[in-house]
Design a protein around this ligand. Sequence first.
Ligand SMILES: Nc1ncnc2c1ncn2[C@@H]1O[C@H](COP(=O)(O)OP(=O)(O)OP(=O)(O)O)[C@@H](O)[C@H]1O
Ligand code: SF4
Ligand SMILES: [Mg+2]
Length: 400
Amino acid sequence: MVTTQSKRILEVRNLKKYFPITEGFLKRTVGYVKAVDDMSLHVDEGETVSLVGESGCGKTTFGRSVLQAIKPTAGETLFTQQNGDVVELSSLPYDKLRVVRRDMQMIFQDPYASLNPRMTVLNIISEPLVCHKLMSGRALREYVMELMETVGLDPRHLERYPHAFSGGQRQRIGIARALATKPRFIVCDEAVSALDVSVQAQILNLLMDLQEKLHLSYLFISHDLGVVSHISDRVAVMYVGRVVELAPTEELFDHPLHPYTEALLSAKPVADPRNKTQRIVLEGDVANPADLPSGCPFHPRCMYAQEVCRTVVPEWRELKPGHYVSCHRAQELALVGMGQTREGRGQIAQPDVPAAPANSVQDLPDAVFAEGLRDQPALADTIPVEKPQQQDQGQEGSQP
Ligand SMILES: Nc1ncnc2c1ncn2[C@@H]1O[C@H](COP(=O)(O)OP(=O)(O)OP(=O)(O)O)[C@@H](O)[C@H]1O
Ligand code: SF4
Ligand SMILES: [Mg+2]
């Protein structure tokens, strides 16, 4: 968890990622999918910042752009190295970027697709180290066994193939691979979404234990508010390529200021069956990032929308310390937070919304995070330093 002495490890300024839409034989550019459109966000050392939002709102594109796995269209990504030097990643030459990227890794959603079925666990975890010729032979094998213990796997299984492991164990292999280069910053992209609920809790607890012991910083991408509420220090709510609200976790869940956040929170059931929180069903789909509505992009789905919302883009404002929002009406609306009811909140008439379930936000019963389910993997005392690597170089979008 972040402390008052925490230093900034990552600062993203005005990041944009536009994918060109091409047409015809000559592939003429006729428009752009604005997957990430002017996003700014920072992560402090030891902090977990979560990015939430419906499918297609640009969470993965943001995470990949930050790591320079895809080249951002515009904006700055400032990363603080271990020696305190700050580098701007998108302008670094490739050889220097490769070195810096040892400090930054990614854990993927699908523990089945992200592991090569033809490689043993030893080869999977050691791949980044071998690629960069930084370790070999016995030392490498011992280091991989140490990493397996760190993530709660039996080191005797290092010659096994991925098919011999359960989903949760595979995700532990993915985490061990991500830790191989001893990173300080990790992007977890839906890292537990493909797992059973009880296994999700174990992997989340593992991630939190590793964070404390190895002083990791996470950008945690998820559409699941149950998961996010347990792991995050701060939460950024994203809607079509932009952050619409950002606040410390408890503040955001208790006192949302953006109608989109309120709708997402209303879809997460609470453990108490007496709680009569009214669900808000969002009409329609997420706006098209290639053809955004005018004014506030959320206005076609917002039950509080007024004329100004249709024409004027709301400003990004800090309404309480550390609590930012972009909504014209944030100060006058009395929105309902997690597990609350509308009674007593009063300034706004109760909206006429059908009591039906389900938008794209999934839920986890709070009980699965009970202390008794926490697993405590044995942590290796040290992880050897001077490990290398980073893998994929994604496709590039062109500047509009
Ligand atoms: N390589 C690409 N080329 C063109 N459009 C893309 C590309 N990658 C992503 N997009 C578009 O960018 C938008 C954001 O996609 P992204 O995968 O970042 O969303 P997401 O929030 O991670 O969604 P999910 O929750 O489903 O993973 C979508 O409209 C998607 O279609
Ligand atoms: S600016 Fe208007 S349309 Fe947008 S979220 Fe606020 S009230 Fe709704
Ligand atoms: Mg995604």
